[in-house]
Design a protein around this ligand. Structure first.
Ligand SMILES: [Fe+2]
Length: 323
């Protein structure tokens, strides 16, 4: 029979709490009762992120300038990342998602790559641009939504005559938190001879969004006429489209989900927390978790809302309440 000697009790001689704290710290343990600069729990949500609004009319000229001053040799994806302006953050738009305005010039190609992060595009202005996703060509026409679930090869091209503009969204902040990062360049550089697949689930055409909205219920006082076009292939990004008539106002709400609104048509005003955003085509604004959100459409409006709602529901954290 083998007898192992018990570990030496180095705490036996400790006589006061300060001595105990110093001793246990050496074992990478922290007493839970010690006050911290940032407590471990608090009474109600305090998002580290703030409500913020980007005006497409201001940023579009910068994308045009980028098309002039930087080529695809140096910036294959010519984009501006929408950074939530809070200390210590250099890219995230919300706690879990990052958005960016991206642009491509006629004749350009952005070579194929893939990454663990789920990604999608909402097309703001385009005639003739396209994404090749897993070898299939997907038109990117104004109002379309194109998906590239994590691990999908994707590259972009443009056969049209005018510069094209879209909004990208990825769950990259979440990937940074959970750390399953992978990226890979396509061995061929570009997926050649891609053919269109009209039945592809990777493209939600503008026409399809409008047709689904026309059949949707419009009695929801908080969100108005809404469809959920989220994909099972990318569960971290909830994708909803809202269609509001001119003059419609919502019952203000608070939701435990981080939202990015992208305006695809019309204009209006939204109060998010203590901010007031007057939005128009192509604008993007953020409603961080638990902020009060009140919308009024000035013109007939179409918005796409991207959020971590489904993730919050999976975790059992989601709440929605009238505010
Ligand atoms: Fe990508």
């Amino acid at each position: 029979m083998i007898h192992s000697s018990p570990p030496t009790d180095s705490f036996a001689a400790i006589r006061d709490v300060d001595e105990l704290i110093r001793a246990i710290d050496d074992r990478n343990c922290t007493p839970g009762w010690v006050p911290r600069a940032k407590p471990l729990m608090w009474a109600s949500p305090r998002s580290a992120f703030v409500p913020v609004h980007w005006r497409y009319a201001e940023i579009r000229p910068a994308l045009v300038a980028a098309g002039r001053v930087i080529g695809t040799d140096l910036a294959e994806r010519r984009n501006f990342v929408l950074r939530n302006p809070v200390p210590g953050n250099d890219f995230a738009t919300t706690n879990t998602l990052v958005g960016a305005y991206q642009s491509i010039l006629p004749g350009e190609r952005a070579r194929s790559h893939r990454h663990s992060s789920h990604a999608m595009r909402i097309i703001i202005e385009s005639r003739g641009s396209y994404s090749v996703v897993n070898g299939k060509r997907h038109p990117m026409e104004t109002g379309d939504i194109v998906l590239t679930p994590g691990g999908s090869w994707h590259g972009h091209g443009h056969d049209g005559a005018e510069q094209a503009f879209w909004f990208d969204c990825l769950d990259l902040p979440l990937v940074h938190l959970l750390e399953p990062m992978n990226t890979e360049e396509h061995p061929a550089g570009w997926e050649a001879d891609a053919q269109e697949d009209p039945d592809s689930s990777m493209r939600i055409s503008h026409e399809s969004v409008l047709q689904q909205l026309a059949r949707a219920d419009d009695t929801d006082r908080l969100f108005g006429r809404t469809i959920d076009v989220s994909s099972e292939t990318m569960r971290t990004i909830t994708i909803k489209a809202h269609q509001w008539k001119a003059g419609w106002s919502n019952q203000p709400y608070r939701q435990y989900a981080n939202q990015i609104y992208v305006v695809l048509g019309g204009s209006g005003v939204s109060e998010v927390g203590d901010q007031r955003f007057e939005w128009a085509l192509g604008d993007v604004f953020v409603a961080p978790l638990a902020t009060r959100v009140a919308h009024t459409a000035r013109e007939d409006a179409l918005l796409v809302a991207l959020s971590d709602e489904r993730l919050m529901k999976f975790c059992g954290f989601h709440r929605l309440e009238v505010a």
